[in-house]
Design a protein around this ligand. Sequence first.
Ligand code: G3I
Length: 391
Amino acid sequence: MYLKSFSKHLCCKNIQIKQCYIPAANNFDCMKIHTLTTCLIAVCFVLITAANVNIEKKPAGLRDYYQKHFPVGVAVRPGDLRKPEESALILREFNSITAENAMKMGPIHPQENRYFWRDADSIVNFALRNKIKVRGHTLCWHTQTPNWLFVDSAGNNVSKVILLQRLKSHIQTVVSRYKGKIYAWDVVNEAVADGPEFLRKSKWTEIIGEEFIEKAFEYAHEADPEAILFYNDYNTEIAAKRDKIYRLLKGLKDKGIPVHGVGLQAHWSVSSPTREELEKSIEMFSSLGLQIQFTELDVSVYAGRQGGQIIQGQQQQQSGVFTPEMEQQQLEKYKMVFEVFRKHSKNITGVTFWNLSDRYSWLDGRGRKNFPLLFDQAYKPKKAYWEVVKF
Ligand code: G3I
């Protein structure tokens, strides 16, 4: 309609022009002009629309490439959000954030009667302002706990009853504050042992016993029944540890404990895991009816298993140069793991990177510079990035 009347208008204008300056204009000429004009306008219209669609559809970041699969997240420090280059990169590439440290028991609850909310609040507010998701990390862990937590004023271990009360009060205060704002919580982190024992020896097991795990989930669920609750751990592709985590989670599910997902941390390296190990983990945990999130993804350029904690005082072992060989091995590992993620994306509800760019990674604390992420030290996408988005 619009095109037709527009071309008629032009045509009439032409006729007028012809009538003024070219007296021989007739109906046949007018029809030809009308048809030609309509065609021209239609072609322009199609071209402009196609160009616009192209511009709108072109993915700008990981979040767009993976829109149909799962949210893509990143662990952040409050300072990252205040740096324009970093916050712009976060918002271009990611649609979920996790606090790298700010919500852990020690940082957020330094004294029994004092919480420190500023850093955690700034992360949650950034996410709300920019309409991205927040994963909460973590409510109960053996590391980064505050000094007061396990002891009384004389420095002796508190009783099981007191520690459970403290755990409940901590979890319910933190979860309630962010109710409706944090959609998923890592409730218990790294409770399973790396060695032959079932659970890791910690103050939690020493004072409360195995029960601390189920209690933590119950307290979190009471505080926010809508939140998705995760058990989170590393080395989940090593058969012996995977089996123990499976046993723990099956036991919790069988007892009706509100655990909804398993966080597979994904602190990997150029040499592990294999495709088979990774698929096996996804299949095993999915079979429990749990959703899966890869919660702390990075691929160290040094071979070997990377899960676990920084060992303080490690010596400088490597020169800290990102060699072409490292680059190639790393891009192959990233390519493989994202192929697997896409293949199993019906069971995967999130993939989060642990830190933003190679400018800073927790792995640097292992006595050598590492380059484990998809963005280089100048925030530019690395070759591995282009493999991850090529599908
Ligand atoms: O905040 C203090 C600061 O006040 C002090 O001056 C400085 C001196 O070293 O230390 C600062 O604390 C450090 C903290 O990070 C914040 O930067 C701790 O020493 C350091 O140990 C801590 O490391 C964190 C580590 O967890 C603690 O175990 C890493 O940043 C963090 O990336 C890492 O994250 C864990 C996940 O939560 C769980 N899965 C494993 C992952 C890697 O270890």
